[in-house]
Ligand binder design. Structure first.
Ligand code: SAH
Length: 355
């Protein structure tokens, strides 16, 4: 696979442009074209000669949309294909304040969570910073006409990001941090780190490292249990990092960044959603600067785990609220276009003959 231009900062694009014998202002045209989600060929302001030189070294189209699904509630789901044929998925959720895109950081995942479809075939490979960025550039470009008139030159359709697609972001640490800097850079899309949420299964040493990056993103931890033994049953990574260590790392994150943190808690029937668990969560998190997002399990057909009914989910939420926790039960959106992270890719791979 060739290199990709989306991995480069504006300063590096400038250097490259000069090295290829072009005038400096061409760098701006090239960078702007890339930020607008264009292929090298698609940037009409550049000469044919320059484009040929670029294409000799760099991929013309590092990513494309292989499938696009539209939900009746406006949510969109994509299957992206990279230059080497690898597939990842993404979701776009439309809210009043703007569009939130859910992005993937790895092809597959090696964390092995029992309820998750992304991990079914293990980790295939890490995505580079530019490959992750390409997901956002492409989807933002696709919706450029949705930007409200008069919203300003730097306005963009995609305003918020969640790193909750396939992969464990902190298992691809260097590229993910580089991506966060690229996507929030004022030269580029300029998406504020405050509008970006990174979700992790709790890789404690990397959580400490992230706290020192001076990137005020929202940290979310997938908790899914209140005791280590029960957590390990659904999240094997719990063997390496205990809940107490995770909570300490979260507090450290709060001290360093001043940002409250979030927990994801997927409700799985018979595993983690009895009253005892709700009370356990209250004990564990009482007084902490955090918010809890309860998620209904999206049933994955390869796993025999079941979701709980709405009444039980609201009862669970009620116990948390009564205990003084800040918590919400996440609304289900886009259910008609194929479920949880990894499910789309998994079902797609299943349909494709393997060679
Ligand atoms: N690896 C990261 C981010 C990817 S998953 C992490 O573990 O946080 C994003 C969120 O979706 C996580 O909270 C994950 O536990 C949850 N999730 C994965 N599969 C799910 C499913 N089938 N139903 C509901 N939530 C799921």
């Amino acid at each position: 696979m060739k290199k990709i231009l989306q991995d480069l900062t504006f300063a590096q694009i400038e250097e490259l442009t000069l090295a290829l014998g072009e005038k400096k202002f061409r760098a701006k045209q090239l960078f702007e074209g890339l930020t607008q989600g264009k292929t090298i060929d698609g940037i009409t302001s550049l000469s044919k000669d320059f484009k040929e030189k670029l294409k000799a070294e760099f991929e013309n189209e590092p990513i494309k949309i292989r499938e696009r699904y539209l939900s009746s509630d406006g949510t969109e789901k994509y299957l992206f294909e990279y230059a080497d044929g690898n597939l990842v998925e993404g979701v776009l959720m439309k809210y009043k304040y703007g569009y939130t895109q859910c992005i993937s950081t790895q092809v597959g995942c090696r964390m092995g969570c029992k309820f998750c479809a992304s991990t079914l075939n293990g980790l295939i490979r890490n995505l580079s910073a530019g490959e992750i960025l390409s997901q956002v550039l492409l989807v933002n470009a696709l919706h450029k006409n949705d930007v409200k008139a008069g919203a300003g030159k730097s306005a963009r359709a995609v305003t918020n990001l969640v790193l909750m697609g396939s992969g464990e972001p902190l298992d691809n640490y260097a590229e993910v941090v580089k991506f966060l800097r690229l996507v929030s850079s004022e030269d580029g899309l300029g998406i504020s780190p405050r509008n970006i949420s990174l979700s992790t299964c709790g890789l404690v040493p990397k959580m400490y490292e992230l706290a020192s990056e001076n990137l005020p993103i929202n940290l979310t931890v997938s908790l899914h249990a209140t005791e280590d033994e029960e957590r390990i049953r659904v999240m094997p990574v719990g063997k390496a990092y205990k809940i107490a260590e995770i909570l300490k790392a979260c507090d450290h994150y709060f001290k360093k960044t001043g940002r409250r943190y979030y927990f994801e808690y997927t409700l799985i029937s018979g595993e983690n959603c009895d009253e005892r668990h709700a009370k356990g969560l209250v004990e564990l998190l009482k007084g902490k600067p955090c918010h809890i997002n309860l998620i209904r399990l999206n049933e994955v057909k390869e796993r025999d785990l079941k979701s709980i009914d709405d009444k039980s989910a609201y009862r669970f939420l009620g116990v948390l609220e009564k205990g003084g926790l800040s918590a919400t039960l996440r609304r289900q959106i886009g259910v008609d276009i194929g479920g949880a992270c990894g499910q789309l890719r998994a079902s797609y791979l299943e349909e494709q003959p393997c060679d």
